[in-house]
Design a protein around this ligand. Structure first.
Ligand SMILES: *[C@@H]1O[C@H](CO)[C@@H](O)[C@H](O)[C@H]1NC(C)=O
Ligand SMILES: *[C@@H]1O[C@H](CO)[C@@H](O)[C@H](O)[C@H]1NC(C)=O
Length: 356
């Protein structure tokens, strides 16, 4: 009896201490039982995803590039889950095959696109991965405990060009870089070129977005905020926003009820080539500067220091569109300077300081 218990526990230890190697989808089930998982480069068959459900404490090493076969289906293309994981991308690439799907309509219509491309459900670290040509939304993050995502490059720059299906519009659409409805998440040192939000926080708290660069899209966003959600304790710092529609935005649905957004701190962010707004805070989403709702209580929006934005001619430097009574408190904007364009509309009196 004692012997067989010993034998069994050493067997379990041996399995979890093993190194698993993935060369194709058929290797996944056995490899994910190990605490070290090495992934070699391969092409995932069209219409299938690569999904890793890891043992707690596992380390994953990506040792080659992963491509996904082209087929219109719902996705996601890649899913990873587990607790206390270290995922080392080693600079290797996930290629979503975007040009096969892009039609200028993103997730609003047209071809069904596998999305999100990358579904991250781990705690620990996810780092040094390159992602190219996402069919639509790129990363969706729902970490079970603290997670740091760092050193990610997302390159959807090919999607800036129109194609034969996009009616003259950019072919890539709704290619959000990071969609986060979560808590205890840090995203740092990432480089993004896309056609939608660089970050979109739909709900959650203790989220830090720092030292990233965002080119071509819709800027760094809180929202859109729907009904019954809370966002609090968000730090947006030391990011560079280049040639986006706006740099920094809080978008709240006009129809939302029972939600709150508070404690949003901006420090050291720079922006240039901004096409529509420097800062846009709007409670009329999906309209822009339409009739605002007042179902999202917004408070504690502060620009601490070193936020320097320059907008294009014709763009608004700052626009604030609050519903009746739904923006509250004093907001300290002493650390915000916006130049270029024109002053935008601002209907909230609780803002102090800043130059814009
Ligand atoms: C999918 O199609 C795109 C666009 O034609 C191409 O760039 C990519 O290499 C294709 N992927 C595979 C795995 O064949
Ligand atoms: C606003 O923030 C700045 C920088 O943190 C600080 O020096 C200043 O005292 C604050 N102003 C108010 C009115 O709190």
């Amino acid at each position: 009896m004692l012997l067989s218990v010993l034998a069994l526990s050493s067997l379990v230890a041996a399995v979890s201490g093993c190194t698993g190697t993935i060369n194709s989808l058929s290797d996944v089930a056995a490899a994910v039982k190990c605490t070290t998982v090495n992934i070699n480069g391969f092409t995932v068959p069209a219409g299938q995803g690569l999904s890793l459900s890891l043992v707690s404490g596992a380390t994953v090493n990506l040792n080659g590039n992963i491509a996904f076969g082209n087929k219109s289906w719902a996705g996601p293309l890649f899913t990873v889950s587990g607790t206390n994981i270290v995922f080392n991308g080693n600079g290797h690439t996930f290629d979503g095959g975007g040009p096969f799907y892009w039609d200028g309509q993103g997730s609003n219509g047209g071809t069904t696109k596998p999305r999100p491309m990358m579904k991250i459900k781990i705690s620990g670290q996810f780092k040094n991965v390159k992602v190219v040509n996402s069919p639509a939304q790129t990363f969706s993050v729902s970490n079970p405990a603290a997670l740091t995502i760092s050193g990610i490059t997302i390159d959807n720059s090919l999607g800036d060009q129109p194609n034969s299906k996009s009616g003259g519009l950019a072919a890539g659409h709704n290619t959000d870089a990071f969609d986060a409805s979560t808590t205890d998440l840090t995203i740092s040192g990432c480089t993004v070129h896309n056609q939608d939000d660089c970050l979109a926080i739909n709900k959650g708290s203790n989220i830090v977005f720092t030292g990233n660069s965002c080119t071509g899209g819709h800027g760094i966003s809180i929202g859109s905020i729907t009904s019954g959600v809370t966002v609090s304790s968000i730090t947006i710092s030391n990011n560079k926003v280049i040639n986006n529609d706006q740099a920094l935005r809080i978008k709240m649905d006009a129809a939302a009820t029972g939600s709150s957004v508070s404690g949003i701190t901006y420090t050291g962010n720079t922006g240039s080539g901004l096409r529509k707004f420097g800062v846009l805070i709007d409670q009329s989403y999906p309209a822009t500067l339409g009739t605002p709702g007042n179902g999202v209580k917004l408070s504690g929006v502060n620009f601490v220091s070193g936020n320097v934005l320059s907008v294009n001619s014709g763009a608004d430097r700052v626009a604030v569109n609050c519903g009746s009574g739904s923006c509250t408190g004093t907001w300290n904007w002493s650390g915000l300077k916006v130049t270029g364009g024109q002053a935008g509309p601002m209907n909230y009196k609780g803002v102090s300081g800043g130059s814009y």
